[in-house]
Write a protein that binds this ligand. Structure first.
Ligand code: NAI
Length: 353
């Protein structure tokens, strides 16, 4: 049932386990180990079908290869998906995570992980019980670096600043930014933007969350179903991927797309669709790298707060380099970013960290 997906994938290895006690499917995709162990978060989600879960893990792990190569980290790209029947709580969740951890441990360090959608640092504490040494971002009480969301938000903020300067020729103050998803990343991003004088619009399917985030930022709430067609300068997707596609791009009323969500483009052609509408796109796997810096930088590379802050701020400079390349080579920003990542992937000895 998974043959077609696996045959069409360009990654190295897929580990599939059916978890009979819960009815969940576990997929660990190791897209590339060229630069080091395959690294990527563990996503827990209810999918329409197991195939959708595998497909998500494959796409996300490929993006991790580009992200980790581009930021010069000694890891390849990976991702795990726990495709559950319903999001488990309490003992059922713990038992599932322990069985998953056994699978991670069986890979002997070929795959290392961290939190992702619907998993937290507390879940990573559980995984680390059975897969010690292969887990980033455990809780600080357990010796980990904790949630990466604030670092991701800070990186996105610096990225928005650089992108707005380049695309709109101005600072963030007075610019209208619509943040879609006011969770760990989006909630913090809203505060940072408001602190810099931006006009913030907040949209979340959780109405209370949207209202609270907007109140903190002196901003306004936009109903979730209207987010894409609301007029703004910057649309910041911080909820889920795939919001930029053939059907939505014609409806956008923004000038810049710059946000945290992974795999914002449904297909590579959507980068061209955005460019054709003169909407300036900040490649997602570049602007959302702050979380990687937080986990790997502090836990493995010994970075202190100053170094971490400097690396996160430098995301703005990396984006500007990509925009220069795109202009020089006549490509979309996405293609320029992928090419830069590919260059780094091909010359592992040039890794700078
Ligand atoms: P989160 O789960 O804390 O927040 C997501 C928010 O989006 C929630 O408030 C949820 O209610 C909202 N949401 C869900 N569907 C929505 C819809 N249709 N419209 C509006 N809002 C909706 O997740 P987190 O950690 O804030 O991550 C956000 C995005 O950034 C995810 O796509 C994640 O993959 C990506 N990302 C996160 C990183 C991190 O360090 N946390 C690192 C890199 C990427």
């Amino acid at each position: 049932m998974f043959e077609e997906l696996i045959e069409a994938w360009d990654g190295e290895r897929v580990v599939i386990r059916y978890d009979a006690p819960s009815g969940a499917w576990m997929f660990i995709c190791m897209h590339s180990t060229r630069l080091g162990p395959a690294g990527g978060g563990t996503r827990m989600r209810v999918y329409d079908s197991p195939q959708d879960g595998l497909s998500d893990a494959m796409r996300l792990s490929k993006a991790m290869t580009s992200k980790l190569a581009l930021v010069g980290m000694p890891f390849g790209g990976g991702k795990a998906v726990l495709a559950v029947r319903e999001i488990p709580l309490g003992d059922a969740r713990r038992e599932l995570l322990l069985r998953y951890a056994d699978t991670v441990a069986s890979l002997r360090g070929g795959f290392v992980t961290a939190p992702d959608v619907n998993t937290t640092e507390l879940d990573m504490d559980v995984v680390a019980e059975r897969a010690p040494g292969f887990v980033f971002c455990r809780s600080s009480a357990n010796g980990g670096s904790g949630s990466s969301a604030p670092a991701t938000a800070l990186g996105v903020f610096h990225g928005i600043r650089a992108t707005v300067r380049r695309a709109l020729g101005r600072e963030v103050a007075g610019v209208t930014v619509l943040v879609q998803g006011a969770g760990g990343v989006g909630g913090r991003l809203v505060e940072l933007l408001a602190g810099a004088g931006a006009n913030v619009l907040v949209s979340d399917i959780d109405a209370d969350r949207a209202r609270d985030a907007a109140a903190k930022a002196n901003g306004s709430v936009v109903p979730a179903e209207l987010a894409l067609e609301t007029e703004c300068d910057v649309y910041a997707p911080c909820a889920f991927g795939g919001t930029l596609n053939e059907e939505t791009i014609p409806r956008l009323r923004c000038r810049v797309v710059a946000g945290a969500a992974n795999n914002q483009l449904a297909t590579p052609a959507d980068a061209e669709r955005l460019a054709a509408r003169e909407i300036f796109y900040a490649p997602d796997f570049v602007i959302n790298a702050g979380g990687v810096f937080h986990g790997i930088g502090t836990e493995l590379l010994g970075w202190d707060d100053d170094r971490l802050g400097a690396e996160i701020e430098a995301i703005g400079g990396t984006l500007l380099e990509i925009y220069d390349r795109a202009a020089r080579d006549g490509t979309s920003n996405d293609v320029a970013a992928l090419r830069l990542a590919d260059e780094r992937l091909r010359s592992p000895l040039a890794l700078t960290r």
